[in-house]
Ligand binder design. Structure first.
Ligand code: NAG
Ligand code: NAG
Length: 359
């Protein structure tokens, strides 16, 4: 099937999914002005704030990428932005929206990532999610998806929820910690902390980052296609910025508000509509993954020969679908271990800060 036909099919499916999830919309989530919760991180003139300070454009040109960071660290929370990605030829370009504490913990950092990988064909961005805990950089937990829409045409909301949650079992009501990634109202990935994960799950306060940078070395078809600055500047736009959750002290690893205050923050988060994973949302997630996922470590027996990670919820059906047409969606493979991760101790932003535009 031609790529275009597939995208059309996927787009039709998206309309159904979105309709199904409409009841759980994020409309009620309070958004903030840039200045209330964020500050510029790098790229000076390539970070452009709107007059009302409620949206920010991050540009990448030959000179530099750009990025911003939250003024606080958060111990759990809901983090969200509507993002419009750069148009046209974007091979090698990476836009990232993520949480990290790599600046504080060089060797044992935690990270939750949304990374958007540009493509040679306008609009066909790949989305990658990842989860690291306590410096688990040799155990990358990547997943990649094709979006069922063109993310450069209009802004879509991308959200990360990192929170305690309740899992109902037959006999017990177990409290666990999970993180989930959302595209608009649809959860696309849920990682529930499994005891056997050990430290491989975020546990310390993290800051929120947004960056655009030159990922020529790996982002598009394994680095085959580099950033072409003929098409610069590459412009991404962030709006509807939302951060909800208890602020935390990154060094002491505790909430900033003592006792009751922190508990209330957390309770507010846990009981918010958007934080509750209903059976409907989980069904929408499964449908999204069946159609849109192009790669997940959970089925990568080559890379992880000793079997899937403990938190993987593998099913034979999903595996079949993935091999039937997952890889044929032109998977973007990332070089492992060496190279990228080494130069990236402090998360996606570190590399960008280290020197972008290495054209
Ligand atoms: C995190 O990593 C450090 C250093 O490798 C180790 O000493 C510590 O026990 C780990 N913590 C957890 C919770 O696994
Ligand atoms: C496999 O893919 C088809 C086509 O998108 C979908 O209808 C089906 O639900 C998927 N099955 C599973 C188990 O994910």
């Amino acid at each position: 099937m031609a790529v275009k036909a597939r995208l059309l099919l996927a787009a039709a499916a998206w309309v159904c999914l979105s309709a199904a999830a409409a009841a759980s919309a994020f409309h009620g989530v309070p958004t903030v002005a840039f200045d209330e919760r964020f500050s510029p991180l790098f790229g000076d003139g390539n970070l452009v704030r709107s007059d009302d300070d409620r949206s920010v454009r991050l540009l990448l040109d030959r000179r530099s990428g750009s990025g911003f960071i939250s003024s606080d660290y958060y111990l759990h929370g809901f983090f969200s932005a509507s993002i419009k990605l750069p148009k046209d030829y974007t091979a090698g370009v990476v836009v990232a929206f993520y949480l990290s504490n790599g600046d504080v913990y060089e060797k044992t950092h935690d990270e939750l990532d949304f990374e958007f990988l540009g493509s040679r064909w306008g609009g066909q961005w790949r989305v990658q999610t990842n989860v690291y805990g306590n410096g688990s950089t040799t155990r990358g937990r990547e997943e990649r998806y094709l979006l069922p829409f063109d993310p450069s045409l209009e802004a879509h909301r991308y959200s990360v929820l990192w929170a305690p949650t309740h899992i109902m079992h037959e006999r017990t009501d177990q409290r666990v910690i999970s993180c989930s990634f959302y595209v608009d109202d649809t959860p696309i990935r849920e990682v529930i902390r499994h005891p056997d994960m050990g430290g491989d799950f975020p546990a310390k306060p993290m800051a929120v980052y947004a960056t655009i940078w030159d990922g020529s070395a790996w982002a598009t078809e394994g680095g085959k296609y580099k950033v072409n600055y003929k098409y610069a500047p590459f412009a991404s736009e962030f709006t509807d910025l939302a951060v909800v959750g208890p602020r935390g002290d990154p060094v002491l690893r505790v909430p900033r508000r003592a006792g009751d205050g922190a508990d209330q923050d957390l309770l507010g988060l846990m009981t918010a509509d958007y934080a509750v994973m209903t059976p409907q949302k989980r069904a929408a997630m499964r449908a999204f993954r069946a159609r849109q996922m192009t790669y997940t470590v959970c089925y990568d027996a080559v890379r992880y020969a000793s079997g899937p990670f403990p938190e993987c919820d593998n099913s034979d059906d999903e595996r079949e679908n993935l091999s039937a047409w997952g890889e044929s969606k032109t998977v973007v493979m990332r070089p492992r271990g060496r190279g990228r991760r080494r130069g990236r101790k402090a998360g996606a932003g570190a590399r960008a800060r280290g020197g972008v535009a290495s054209s």
